[in-house]
Design a binder for this molecule. Structure first.
Ligand SMILES: NC(=O)C1=CN([C@@H]2O[C@H](COP(=O)(O)OP(=O)(O)OC[C@H]3O[C@@H](n4cnc5c(N)ncnc54)[C@H](O)[C@@H]3O)[C@@H](O)[C@H]2O)[C@@H](O)CC1
Ligand SMILES: [K+]
Length: 511
């Protein structure tokens, strides 16, 4: 699903109004009716006070229409107009008149008003600012937002939490609503998924307001949300008359004394993701451990006892995944640098492989094109330098990816795979996966997919999704705390099956 920018959504609104020959006021009525239906289906007339805070733009206009509909259906409501500017929108004004005709008189709040009482049992509807926010809310509006945040009431935000801009970080994080739930119109917003801005959105849901499908389909976006519908077409079915030679031979290079487990996890994950053959390349001290733990995996050893000192293979691997537990010793760094120079096929580089690159930036130019780099935030910072906020981070990664022609997987709660100017935001995974070895498993999975013929970008997007799904299945059986990296591996098969599961047929209605 595409993630549109604020200005693209405004264009979609315009295009809808033009093509469907409806007025902006009708579109507002449509949007607010969707909000009302969602709320009404859940509350079913429950006796609860809904406090609607409405700005003076179209987000506020949505709030006013919602107020009218709630009132018509007998709900107890209190409407506050947050009068932050004299520039009231046309549709806001129209709906203010309609509200007054229904004998509903909002309280007008300004910089001199007292903060209205909000009880933890109230439901707050937040319609102060929408995607039109273009500067910091001023102090009294900020204080009102803090008051709502401190009320412990359930806060339902219309379109986007007020005070959170659509395409950047808030000017002042205290002046942004922390929404319990966001009902967002038509398309998800990028800020829902970034570490600094996602915290304002506990849960979100899309409301389809029928924006022009042609505009939505034909407009290119910088980001895409990756769910099952996006991942399924990437799947490469296995053929009946195929053999293990068709699915590649991956080599996983890594490990040092005390960190052989990382290679074990990556090799296991690589094999479990479907690589035809997997060889682990480790220092001598890792030989027995891997041979014992993973009978299906072959093992090559380096001459060094405790660390890798020279990397060479007696055959040409389909793909190499490298870096987990390898350490940053100078000898290992030299071996790693020499390997980069000799490799032409795309590789997967993780963990200390990335740290070596950060310490020896001259090596960056030797990374084979279309390789996949899988940094966690600290490794990324060492690689691209620090950033002032999540948006600067994204632009730095895009520039890095374009310069070196590599795929960068920014690991996090919503892992974002970046290739050149485009980002793919993952939707699977959970906090239980913040555990030792989880990243080694991901590297193994991406390597395993590339071994089978997935392109680098597809392997990264598919691997990240599948890794998260395996973690979600794992958590459903054992909870967050007990989930281990090996649990993710043991659920890779279940994740494939879940992905490929036929949706259950809709029950036939009897006439
Ligand atoms: N355009 C359309 O046809 C539709 C728009 N909809 C709603 O309209 C919203 C966008 O409405 P608007 O563009 O009117 O903007 P908002 O309602 O988000 O903001 C109101 C106006 O306040 C001004 N402003 C921005 N930041 C400010 C600040 N910090 N302090 C004071 N004033 C500030 C801006 O001029 C902005 O236009 C969407 O989020 C959505 O809720 C929906 O009704 C669906 C249809
Ligand atoms: K809002």
């Amino acid at each position: 699903m595409k993630i549109f920018s604020a200005s693209q959504i405004q264009d979609a609104d315009k295009s809808t109004i033009q093509k469907q020959q409806i007025s902006s006021e009708e579109l507002m009525e449509r949007a607010a009716t969707k909000l009302f239906e969602w709320i009404h289906a859940r509350l079913r007339g429950t006796r609860v006070t809904l406090k609607l805070f409405c700005g003076i733009g179209n987000n506020g206009g949505d709030g006013l229409v919602l107020a009218r509909l709630l009132h018509e259906h007998g709900y107890t409501i209190q409407v506050y107009v947050v009068n932050f500017s004299e520039k009231r929108s046309k549709d806001f004004l129209l709906n203010l008149e309609r509200l007054k005709s229904a004998k509903l008189w909002p309280d007008f709040l300004n910089n001199e008003s007292e903060l209205p009482p909000i009880s933890p049992d109230d439901i707050v509807i937040d319609a102060i600012f929408g995607i039109g926010l273009n500067r910091a809310p001023n102090t009294w509006v900020g204080n009102l937002i803090m008051h709502i945040n401190n009320s412990r009431a359930f806060v339902l935000s219309v379109d986007i939490p007020s005070g959170l801009p659509t395409d950047k970080c808030p000017w002042n994080p205290d002046y942004a609503i922390r929404a319990s739930y966001v009902l967002t119109f038509q398309v998800p917003k990028l800020v829902f998924f970034l570490p600094e801005t996602g915290v304002f959105v506990n849960q979100w849901e899309l409301l389809d307001i029928g924006l022009d499908p042609e505009y939505l389909q034909t407009t290119e976006t910088e980001f895409e949300l990756i769910g099952r519908p996006e991942v399924l077409p990437l799947y490469r079915p296995r053929l009946k008359f195929s053999h293990k030679g068709n699915y590649g031979h991956a080599i996983i290079v890594g490990g040092s004394y005390g960190k052989i487990g990382a290679v074990q996890l990556a090799s296991d994950a690589c094999l479990s993701s479907g690589s035809g053959l997997v060889t682990a390349f480790v220092p001598l001290c890792g030989y027995q451990a891997i041979q014992t733990a993973l009978p299906e995996v072959m093992v090559l050893t380096d001459g060094g006892e405790k660390i890798i000192s020279k990397i060479s293979f007696p055959f040409e691997p389909t793909v190499v995944g490298i870096g987990m537990g390898i350490g940053v010793d100078k000898i290992t760094a030299n071996a790693f640098g020499a390997l980069l120079k000799s490799m032409e096929k795309p590789m997967v580089i993780d963990a200390d492989g990335l740290n070596i690159l950060a310490k020896h930036p001259k090596m960056l130019k030797d990374i084979p094109e279309l390789s996949v780099l899988t940094p966690h935030p600290k490794e990324l910072e060492r690689l691209v330098g620090n950033w002032s906020d999540d948006f600067e981070k994204l632009s730095k990664v895009k520039a890095f990816s374009t310069h070196y022609n590599v795929v960068v997987v920014i690991k996090g709660a919503h892992t974002i795979t970046v290739y050149k100017d485009k980002g793919f935001v993952n939707t699977t995974g959970n906090p239980g996966m913040a555990t030792a070895g989880s990243g080694d498993v991901l590297t193994g999975m991406i390597t395993g997919l590339m071994a089978q013929g997935y392109t680098s970008l597809h392997a990264a997007i598919f691997g990240v999704y599948l890794h998260g799904l395996a973690g979600d299945i794992g958590v459903s059986e054992m909870g967050y705390e007990a989930l281990k990296a090996s649990t993710i591996i043991s659920n890779i098969g279940n994740a494939f099956m879940e992905l490929l599961r036929q949706p259950e047929a809709e029950p036939q209605e009897e006439n």
